[in-house]
Design a protein around this ligand. Structure first.
Ligand code: NAD
Ligand code: DAU
Length: 350
């Protein structure tokens, strides 16, 4: 009988890449994608695989424990890869409660359902987390390792840290077979355009201001989303239970340097005069509690499991920009209605 695998948040940015990779690579699995389809979830992201025999979509909310119990009772999943979350730091500053509910309570609900209905000897629960749980770094600090103490600064990272702790605690207390990974910033296709890179591409295309927070000096470590999906495949199949694996691109960029690089490429691709896109840069009030720098030391996953990034930043960044330029319909779809109202209200307050 085919093994049943539950992927939560599969209609979102990273989740859709993970679902596609697993559906294509593992015909021996029945893949169930559980997603509430919040503003960030979009079934358009998976249009290319929606008719596949080994793929099933389930619309549902991880905050609804009765619904989860019924789903798990029916399917007795062999494994869970948990990505569903509220993921945007700025939104967490405006509305922390949704982050506490979905990211913390939703994760505990899933752990309870797994514990109650799934095979604890052969199954596994894989929790996808973020490097933001470690807090931030100064320029001269060494990168985050798996033993860096937790020091979350935003409501988003606090909620992800709390969910990591619950997963660890269920492993220690109940022996629940769990593994966690903490990844740096992802970039690539299908990312909701509230995040830096797709937002800037969208705004350059429409000659709108490019809101750079503070002085643009903050640093992020960028990883191609399909390399993250490959890392998730590796950790799911080969990671040691009870362990944490850091995943990163070894690719640090100051925000302002990244935005300038993007502007140069966009000028070329849109046949605009050199400097035209950069003239849209607008320095705006900084994000409250803005973490200065993230950087991942991915030695453990490299040495233990053999994973390394496969795509250079130059190649991945060009591909990403091309995808958004060729998918204006997708961008138009996700930037309509509720998103635009949210976006306008955020920036009118700055
Ligand atoms: P995303 O916001 O694009 O997608 C989240 C998905 O979860 C959406 O499809 C949404 O509909 C779904 N969802 C939200 N609340 C739900 C609920 N209550 N029940 C069921 N589904 C729900 O997020 P993303 O950027 O793809 O991130 C996915 C995961 O990876 C998150 O756990 C995030 O913390 C983590 N992560 C993200 C990054 C990054 O750079 N984006 C980096 C490291 C870790
Ligand atoms: O590090 C992993 C994390 O990366 C994930 O856990 C989060 O889910 C994901 O959203 C991302 O968080 P960031 O806050 O780093 O990503 P964001 O794209 O929102 O911002 C990247 C940097 O760019 C950050 O320093 C803030 C800055 N920024 C962002 C936006 C949206 C701007 O200067 N202007 C903007 O308009």
């Amino acid at each position: 009988m085919a093994k049943k695998l539950l992927i939560t948040g599969g209609a979102g940015f990273i989740g859709s890449h993970v679902v596609r990779l697993f559906v294509n690579r593992y015909p021996q699995y029945e893949i169930y994608n559980l997603d509430k389809l919040t503003y960030a979830g979009n079934l358009e992201n998976l249009r290319d695989i929606e008719g596949r025999d080994n793929y099933h979509f389930v619309k549902g909310d991880i905050n609804d424990s009765e619904f989860l119990y019924s789903l798990f009772d029916t399917h007795r999943f062999h494994g869970v890869i948990h990505l569903a979350a509220e993921s945007h730091v700025d939104r967490s500053i405006h509305n922390p409660i949704d982050f506490a509910l979905t990211n913390v309570i939703g994760t505990v609900n899933l752990l309870n359902a797994f514990r109650r209905y799934c095979d604890q000897d052969h199954g596994r629960f894989y929790h996808i987390s973020t490097d933001e749980v470690y807090g931030d770094l100064h320029m001269e600090d060494p990168s985050f390792t798996e033993t860096t103490p937790y020091h979350p600064n935003s409501p988003y990272s606090a909620s992800k840290a709390a969910s990591d702790h619950f997963v660890r605690a269920y492993h220690a207390t109940y022996g629940l077979p769990a593994v966690i990974s903490n990844c740096s910033n992802n970039y690539g296709s299908h990312q909701f355009p509230e995040k830096l890179i797709p937002l800037m591409i969208h705004n350059i295309s429409h000659r709108k201001p490019l809101p750079v927070y503070g002085k643009g000096e903050n640093v992020r470590d960028w990883l191609w989303v399909e390399d993250h999906a490959r890392a998730i495949d590796t950790v799911f199949h080969h990671g040691r239970l009870g362990e944490t694996y850091n995943i990163g691109g070894n690719n640090e960029w100051k925000n302002i340097d990244l935005v300038h690089k993007l502007c140069e490429i966009m000028d070329r691709k849109l046949n605009r005069d050199a400097g035209e896109s950069a003239s849209l840069i607008s320095y705006v009030t900084d994000r409250a509690g803005h973490d200065f720098r993230y950087a991942i030391d991915a030695t453990k996953i490299k040495e233990e499991l053999g994973w390394t990034p496969s795509v250079s930043f130059d190649e991945g960044f060009e591909k990403t920009i091309d995808w958004y330029l060729e998918n204006e319909v997708w961008l138009g779809h996700v930037t309509s209605g509720a998103y635009l109202r949210y976006y306008e209200s955020m920036y009118s307050g700055r």
